[in-house]
Design a protein around this ligand. Sequence first.
Ligand SMILES: [Zn+2]
Length: 440
Amino acid sequence: MRTLVFLILAAWWMGPAVQAQPAPRTLLHCGTLLDPGVSMAPMAERTVVVEGNRIVAVDAGFTTPRSGDKVIDLRDAYCLPGLMDMHVHLTGESRKGGYIDRFTIPPPEQALRATQYARTTLLAGFTTVRDVGSNEGVGFALRNAINAGIVPGPRMFVSGPSLAIMGGHGDPTNGGREDLLGIPTEAQGVVDGVDSAIRGARLAIKRGADLIKITATGGVLSIARDGLRPQFFEEEIAAIVRVADGFGLKVAAHAHGDEGMKRAIRAGVKSIEHGTLMSEETMRMMIEHGVYYVPTITAGRSVADSARIDGYYVPVVTQKALELGPIIQGTFSKAYRAGVPIAFGTDAGVFKHGRNAKEFEYMVEGGMPPMEALRAATYNAADLLGRLDELGTLEPGKLADVIAVPRDPLADITVMHEVAFVMKDGVVYKQDGRPQIAAR
Ligand SMILES: [Zn+2]
């Protein structure tokens, strides 16, 4: 009791003295600010003022530091909000003959490798990612370790395993021996029928999912001949959406064929991933329902490239990769012209982590102006996550996720590969092109 009284008195006594000393701030002196969620025009000479993990002000000109403030000189650079990739797989990475990895790399080793993928992704300027498909809880563990400051990495929104149908894209037992692997269950993300779909979705959420990912059609990298046909009944998807809704979560749908996309959109999903054979009618539905398109052009291009390497994939995958991979960029162009809302996503993991910025090149090549491509990777991505309150722009009150590149990306989008400064949550992870990750 006496201790409590003392503590209260001490707090009362010290309170005003602590408050009188303004908190130290970090001032980012940015030569140019590109913040497409705020303005589609570049802003010259701005200071982003960071206190703790938040942006507290964005001042015109280069603000003079007060005592205790730290200044980071980015006067020759172009500052942007931290980049956001809405489709990655941080728990694995494609390689020649890598089909076997799922059978040979145990979850603890996956997790250790994943810490490197996470670090690489953060240092490439991607401060937020949506991890849409990871097994054995590795994705959740990585997210939690990053949030706890144990390993450096992007802020992760994680789905856990994709929900798939028996034998469909995402069934982790496909192509394996049934006597060894058994019949897959909801615990592995495999659901069949409405009740099972409900159970699978609830299980994913119980384990810590930030969103639900489903595979609405076949896929390129699964051991199955068809990559296009719908794989869920509409009522199964609707049941999953209802479960997610109850927890305030969104559903993302992988889809290559058009009918699967239509079912998913009608059932209430919030994003279509890949969208390879999206028809004009479906594009109109996307606009009408406010569904985001996450194109992953890089995945399409890179699987087609990998398929040309002898023995990279098993034959059934090689054929699909060559057929479907090259189509996505054209679909992206049409969808953009049609006015479909687009959020940046790459499918990193299907190719090497850290090369996410390749997508910007493909988007610009596909006819999207650079500033809009940057908006897709900042404001639009935050909107898709439902986190515009804290992410997506550099405005007072938002989390301090800021990056900088040395030249004007509006003149040359390839400079997005040369991110030289990375701040996430107010912590500097890269400066002058060098990692700043200290040992704890
Ligand atoms: Zn994917």
